[in-house]
Design a protein around this ligand. Structure first.
Ligand code: ATP
Length: 303
């Protein structure tokens, strides 16, 4: 079975469905609210696990009821909680606002995620070494991300970095050994310091990342599709035409699916194509993890 190590965050999403964004000082009534398990690391782990991968999740939860919720959720999704570490802090939480046009605004309280450290990676080292891919995002300390990239390099395990949320102080030099960097346009712009308004600008910025040494740059562009650049190829994957209801977590759906498919087939183009479908499908339903299909249901739609 393909094994993936996700070293990253977990959060509890507190989602308010609003009619419009509140103005400064305004109290606004929202017609609907949902609580769900989220966090970029956890979302990507859950998507990969639902699609059949054996996922090792290295993360830190707090000492509160949110932590119990997160642990139960990992277990319900078949993810081992051996490396879900308790911390004397609050759990990570994310108040999210979604408007009727499915635009979202998100506040992140990192809580226990801020305590995930390089020594936590060392304590899970023997099991991470059994994995075929390490998947990282930027909701944990940047030093821990650098340590994980270094760990992958030392042990010859490919690393996929999703440089999200966009982080101005990320040092490209320290992550350029990644096999995959998967940014959206904003993250690509921050990483390269280049504009990304037009397709040509996006391609040029992606080329800059690739020329810095990143083997594969995969830019997710929301409803504009996906661009993949490697040393040998440049390929554009058009978007799927779907009725988008909530795009929160679409990037995580893409990455979890891509990781799972890539570990199975090692075919990058095929894995992007399937992930493009999986992420597009996820935006047709409300929520983040609740919008991710399991393998059987996805296969019915995309045999
Ligand atoms: P988030 O931070 O909310 O997870 P993101 O900005 O990281 O999102 P996007 O680039 O918006 O991620 O979306 C990821 C992928 O999801 C896209 O590359 C595409 O495959 C799919 N997707 C997102 N929105 C749409 C849409 N409206 N129609 C079709 N596919 C979509």
């Amino acid at each position: 079975m393909m094994k993936i190590a996700v070293i990253g965050s977990n959060m509890i999403d507190l989602v308010s469905y609003i009619t419009r964004m509140p103005t400064k000082g305004e109290t606004l009534e929202a017609p609907d609210f949902k609580m769900g398990c989220g966090g970029k690391g956890a979302n990507q782990a859950i998507a990969a696990s639902r699609l059949g991968a054996d996922v090792l999740m290295l993360t830190r939860v707090g000492n509160d009821i949110f932590a119990d919720n997160t642990i139960a959720n990992f277990q319900a999704n078949g993810i081992s909680t051996d490396y879900v570490l308790r911390t004397n802090a609050s759990s990570g939480v994310a108040p999210i606002f979604v408007d009727p046009l499915s635009h979202n605004s998100i506040i992140i309280v990192k809580g226990a995620n801020s305590y995930l450290s390089a020594s936590d990676i060392q304590s899970a080292a023997e099991d991470i070494k059994k994995c075929q891919l390490i998947v990282l995002q930027l909701e944990i300390p940047t030093e821990t991300v650098y340590a994980a990239v270094q760990f992958g390099k030392e042990h010859n395990i490919p690393v996929l970095l999703n440089p999200a949320p966009a982080q101005p102080d990320l040092i490209l030099d320290k992550v350029k050994s990644c096999e995959f960097i998967v940014p959206n346009e904003t993250e690509l712009s921050l990483l390269t310091g280049m504009p990304v308004e037009t397709e040509d600008e996006i391609r040029n910025a992606a080329m800059t990342l690739r020329d810095a040494g990143v083997k594969n740059v995969i830019v997710t562009m929301g409803q504009r599709g996906v661009l993949w650049l490697s040393e040998k190829t440049q390929q554009y994957f058009p978007p799927l035409n779907v009725n988008a209801k909530d795009t929160t977590g679409a990037g995580d759906a893409f990455i979890g699916c891509f990781a799972s498919m890539y570990c199975k087939s090692k075919d990058i183009a095929h894995s992007i194509e399937i992930a493009n479908h999986y992420a597009a499908d996820s935006v047709t339903r409300l929520g983040t993890q609740t919008s991710y299909l399991n393998k059987e249901d996805f296969l019915q739609q995309y045999p």
